[in-house]
Design a binder for this molecule. Structure first.
Ligand code: NAP
Length: 681
């Protein structure tokens, strides 16, 4: 027996591992019914738990920059990968096959890596996130607005569902950690032993600052009573529990942020063009089967309703049956087994009861219960459930199929007659995490997306061109939002940096450009330029200052220059080359210089050419040509250090420069950001 099986789970609170008192709840293996662990959190002082997170974890985390926190996540991900085999072994007790566990364990670890990368690429290496461009608020530019985000100063309480004991913890931990908010993780009891094991490996690594992660195995008791305005709660689970938590008096009183990811009757639509024999038809069948069987159908994103053109109903039933018949259900640790068990025998009863309720408005067209379930002790002790396919012939008259989530390997085929019907039926789920469309007809996709977009958090469109690389209907991804409107909870998680911002407060800052530049670490136009001795290209990263600025010499752009540039680049667009044609253009009064020439000539003015700390120019951003430059015009550049982002693990960092190109009349003709890499030493 795996070390630790049958042990009372400990919670990690206030910096130590503690077991709850009282009568514990037994947690049984989904595979063979053995006692895996016991859980209780009785006797904990939850007000102290919250206070510890706020007072110890919060300040320690917020002292770090975004990049430093992101790097800790990367180290953590690497550390967890080294331990993955023990997570896989224990995951078997949840009923998961190795493939199922891969989503939970390595999918969760991959989310840490993804957030670490995004945090370092998309956030500054500082403490304030600048949201968008400054808002001009005054005629003379001495008073501006700028939206920023700063971390919330409370704790993030993450309440998770039983089906993803690892991913559920990590996908919530990653964005809150990068934001600078300490977490209190509460896994669902049924599979908390796996979360506890992973949390142990996290905590014993010593990678995370003290107090930044606490774990509660068992009930959270009166924790929510002790939350306040700076705290946040995220919940993943059934809509019933979510609704109850959302109405908690403390959450209402303090306007505590509450993110809910609930159940969802996700639909997948087979397009009218995807008739039997087409690649899209085969892809659809494979996806419906995958969504029914991965994690034994215990995925909030699984396909619960298969919407197919009425003419294809019978071929779809037959194709699904042909595939499902070959499933091997059993101990997920045994090679060759393709589907494991539900999380518990109680889940088996619940799923069967829900199938029966859906069947009041539909008919069962496939049920593997009689032939596919394992025999012997596993049958008596395990939580095995064979796949069930239903067919609802009158989906507008029977609401069960749109209302009842059977959280297992169950799907219902629903016929539709045209695109409008497909839209209406998909939306009868009253808000879903994900919808998918299998079609090669982009016009049909467009019609559907416009019709179902408002009711869905994510829409996947699969055709033969993208199928091989598609991540699938049921996979939430760190860079894309996960969540959905209405019944799905109305929440949003992940979505890259969007997910980080859920744990920060947006603030509309107002003041002088100079003050706001100092606060945000990002130079704002209108702020006083810093004139310092020496060319900024001669300065190492640590010697440069945001706001440091030079006004270059001038250069006249002649007709000969323009013709030279046309020859060199091959760009002989008429506006540069043909006086009469240029004049006929509504924007020009005659031939004008190439925009790219202006950019090149500007570089010739601001670049200091000798080898030095500037290592490379890696791009331009926000380039705009604002006024034409005619032959004979003279240009001059105001070049200002806008933002400095040291890279934690490299000997260099990024410097963003504000570049403004003026003509002899002081009119701004071009503006852009220049991005360079600058050495630290
Ligand atoms: P659940 O029974 O609603 O439980 C979810 C979580 O809430 C568990 O951690 C549970 O802890 C906790 N909880 C229950 N009562 C509570 C209370 N009074 N106060 C505080 N916490 C409480 O859901 P589940 O059975 O674990 O998960 C299955 C459901 O989750 C399905 O409906 C599925 O669709 C949904 N789900 C949604 C998503 C999504 O991202 N949208 C993902 C996965 C699952 P205990 O276990 O200790 O009771």
């Amino acid at each position: 027996m795996e070390k630790g099986l049958g042990m009372r789970l400990h919670s990690y609170i206030q910096g130590c591992w503690k077991a709850g008192r009282g009568r514990p709840v037994p947690l049984l293996s989904a595979v063979d019914g053995r006692l895996v662990a016991e859980v209780s959190s009785e006797g904990f002082d939850f007000s102290e738990v919250a206070a510890f997170g706020r007072q110890v974890g919060g300040p320690a985390l917020r002292e770090l920059t975004f990049h430093q926190r992101a790097l800790l996540l990367k180290s953590l991900a690497q550390h967890l990968l080294e331990h993955k085999e023990e997570f896989y072994r224990l995951s078997r007790e949840t009923g998961a096959t190795r493939d199922d566990s891969w989503i939970d364990i390595e999918g969760g670890i991959a989310t840490l890596f993804a957030y670490s990368g995004k945090g370092r690429r998309e956030l500054p290496n500082s403490h304030v996130y600048v949201d968008g461009e400054p808002e001009p608020l005054s005629k003379n530019g001495t008073f501006v607005g700028q939206h920023i985000y700063t971390p919330m100063t409370g704790v993030a309480v993450h309440i998770n569902a039983f089906n993803f004991p690892c991913w559920g913890m990590l996908e919530k931990l990653a964005p809150s950690f990068i934001a600078g908010m300490p977490c209190i993780v509460k896994p669902a009891s049924q599979t908390a032993y796996l979360t506890e094991l992973m949390a142990r490996r996290i905590l014993e690594s010593g990678i995370l600052p003290k107090g930044s992660l606490q774990l509660i195995c068992g009930s959270i008791g009166d924790l929510l009573d002790h939350l306040s305005a700076q705290d946040a709660v995220t919940f993943t689970g059934s809509s019933g529990t979510g609704l109850m938590l959302r109405r908690h008096p403390a959450l209402l009183r303090h306007s505590i942020r509450f993110t809910m990811e609930a159940d969802s009757l996700n639909a997948s639509v087979l397009g009218p063009d995807a008739q039997p024999g087409t690649p899209e038809f085969d892809l659809y069948i494979a996806e419906v089967v995958r969504e029914m069987t991965v994690k034994c159908g215990q995925k909030c994103t699984a396909i619960r309703r298969a919407l197919v053109p009425r003419a294809f109903v019978q071929p779809v039933i037959e194709a699904l049956e042909a595939r499902l018949r070959n499933l091997v259900i059993g101990d997920p640790w045994i090679p060759g087994v393709s589907m494991g068990a539900l999380a518990s025998r109680a889940q088996c009863s619940e799923v069967r009861e829900r199938v029966n309720r859906i069947a009041q408005g539909a008919r069962i067209v496939y049920d593997g219960a009689a032939t596919q379930l394992p025999e012997g002790p596993l049958a008596r002790q395990g939580a095995f459930f064979a796949p069930v396919v239903l067919y609802c012939d009158s989906p507008f008259e029977n609401s069960q199929v749109h209302d009842i989530e059977a959280f297992g390997p169950v799907t219902t085929i629903v016929p539709y007659d045209d695109g409008a019907q497909a839209i209406e039926l998909a939306n009868r789920g009253q808000g879903s995490l994900v919808g998918s469309i299998f079609t090669g007809d982009d016009e049909f996709s467009r019609q559907l997306v416009l019709g179902i977009g408002a009711w869905h958090g994510r829409v996947l469109i699969v055709n033969r061109d993208c199928a091989a690389e598609s991540t699938g209907h049921g996979s939430p991804l760190p860079g894309l939002i996960h969540g959905g409107p209405g019944r799905a909870g109305g929440g949003e998680e992940m979505g890259g940096i969007r997910g980080v911002l859920h744990y920060m407060q947006r603030n509309a800052l107002q003041g002088s450009p100079t003050t706001l530049s100092r606060i945000t670490g990002k130079w704002i136009r209108g702020a006083e330029p810093l004139t310092k001795p020496g060319h900024p290209f001669r300065k190492r990263l640590g010697e440069l200052e945001v706001g440091e600025s030079i006004l270059t010499g001038k250069r006249q752009l002649t007709l000969a220059d323009i013709e030279h540039f046309a020859k060199l680049s091959g760009d002989r667009f008429y506006a540069h080359m043909d006086e009469a044609a240029a004049r006929a253009n509504p924007f020009f009064e005659g031939r004008v210089a190439h925009g790219y020439f202006i950019v090149s000539a500007a570089a010739g003015l601001f670049v200091d050419p000798a080898p030095g700390p500037v290592l490379a120019n890696y791009g331009l951003e926000n380039l705009r040509f604002l006024a034409p430059v005619a032959p004979g015009d003279e240009i001059q550049v105001r070049f200002t250090c806008k933002q400095i982002t040291p890279r934690e693990t490299e000997d260099y960092g990024e410097v963003r420069w504000d570049c403004q190109v003026f003509n002899q009349a002081g009119v701004l003709v071009a503006t852009y950001d220049v991005l360079t890499l600058v050495a630290k030493h």
